[in-house]
Design a protein. Structure first.
Length: 408
């Protein structure tokens, strides 16, 4: 049995000579518990927003996206691309074209990104879940080209859910110089009709800039033959995405890059991770302040247990054993506070997840704050509390113990 730990447990729960010491010890545990609870809830909210944003991108971004490292386009007939399409792990693959163009509707015009896809786009992404209006993913029908606008694009152009007049799309022709005498000859034109559907990703990048249309329309508009901007890939269920991604990168070489959903939106997710880390640091500082109560509690306990320390000295205990008793006392306060804070924090997060206690209002994507408790965060918080608690008591306990020993 660890004698210092055993005595520290007795000191923590036993009644002291002065009732104020019990009260201060309880306040110390509550202070650590509240700081721990705040860390659990705050990091869980960041996790909730992270997963919510990830879900939004899942509806528009492909699981894996192959693009050229040099230039905007590459040939879909490249032997390396064809080898990728024949991999047994690949369920569906689709070429896409993304280029900037100007669109005009009546007296309004806007620079947008035209994304040409085919019907397999619904198999690779969950675009159907973010369609509004007729909620029909229609790109071509009997020689008519359709364009599915982002909600922000439709709002800026004033088209509404279904526009009657066709949308004029203008793009510069490839490798054609502008003739001052006839500048219009340097631009390709096309018309897009409304399928009665709009999409809403709830991300400004997509909603205010993108128009989805057929791959054939985009190829003709931008003057491409077998060139594409990207190859979007969906893997079979149960496939290890990271392993297949690494295998694809090895097969394609340095001329291509393979990005998963997180890498396609690296800037946004990096900002969220930085915000989460900064919040963790601020809450750690609050935890350090909360441990000052532990130092005060230990100082009063050392004074209160002066006679017990003298008895232990008479029984043969050395200074190191007595120091360890009070150090364990501080660690136990931090440990019990951490456990209490984690349990209460996890329970609050579960209640928020299931019942949506704290609302965000009706103007947001979700009605209540999203939360997601990760085991890795819980372990990190528990270790942080223990480390901060241990470091905060070492110097004060050694100082107070030496003062106590000198008076004996």
């Amino acid at each position: 049995m660890n004698l210092p730990l055993y005595i520290a447990k007795r000191y923590l729960f036993a009644k002291k000579k002065h009732n104020a010491i019990n009260i201060i010890s309880a306040i110390s545990v509550c202070g650590v518990a509240l700081a721990t609870l705040a860390m659990v809830c705050t990091l869980s909210v960041f996790n909730g927003f992270h997963e919510m944003v990830e879900g939004l991108f899942t509806a528009f971004d492909a699981p894996l996206k192959i693009t050229a490292t040099q230039g905007k386009v590459f040939s879909r007939q490249d032997s390396r691309i064809l080898r990728i399409l024949q991999m047994p792990e690949v369920e569906t693959a689709m070429p896409t074209i993304e280029e900037n163009a100007m669109v005009r509707y009546k007296d309004k015009q806007l620079m947008v990104t035209i994304k040409g896809v085919d019907d397999s786009f619904t198999q690779i992404t969950e675009i159907d879940s973010i369609l509004y209006g007729r909620q029909q993913f229609l790109l071509q029908e009997e020689g008519v080209d359709y364009g599915i606008l982002g909600m922000g694009v439709a709002s800026t152009l004033g088209t509404g859910l279904q526009f009657v007049d066709p949308l004029l799309v203008i793009a510069p022709k490839q490798h054609v110089r502008v003739n001052i005498a006839n500048p219009g000859a340097a631009f390709a034109r096309g018309y897009l009709h409304s399928p009665g559907s709009l999409f809403l990703v709830n991300q400004e990048k997509y909603d205010t800039q993108y128009i989805l249309t057929s791959l054939d329309f985009a190829s003709q508009l931008f003057g491409y033959r077998d060139e594409v901007s990207a190859m979007e890939v969906k893997l079979k269920q149960g496939t290890n995405e990271r392993r297949v991604q690494a295998k694809m990168e090895e097969m394609l070489g340095n001329d291509f890059q393979v990005q998963n959903r997180f890498e396609q939106q690296a800037d946004i997710f990096r900002i969220m991770e930085i915000e989460k880390f900064i919040s963790y640091l601020f809450l750690t500082f609050i935890l350090i302040i909360a441990t000052f109560n532990v130092i005060g509690s230990l100082s009063m306990l050392i004074v209160d247990k002066r006679e017990d320390a003298q008895t232990l000295r008479n029984l043969g205990a050395n200074n190191q054993l007595i120091e360890h008793i009070f150090m364990f006392e501080g660690w136990l306060i931090a440990a019990y506070g951490a456990l209490a804070g984690i349990v209460i924090g996890v329970l609050l997060c579960l209640m928020q997840h299931h019942f949506g206690i704290i609302s965000m209002g009706n103007n947001f994507i979700v009605e209540a704050y999203p939360v997601s408790v990760h085991l890795s965060d819980v372990l990190l918080i528990f270790i942080t509390v223990l480390v901060v608690g241990a470091l905060s008591v070492i110097i004060p306990v050694r100082y107070m113990s030496k003062r106590l020993m000198q008076r004996m």
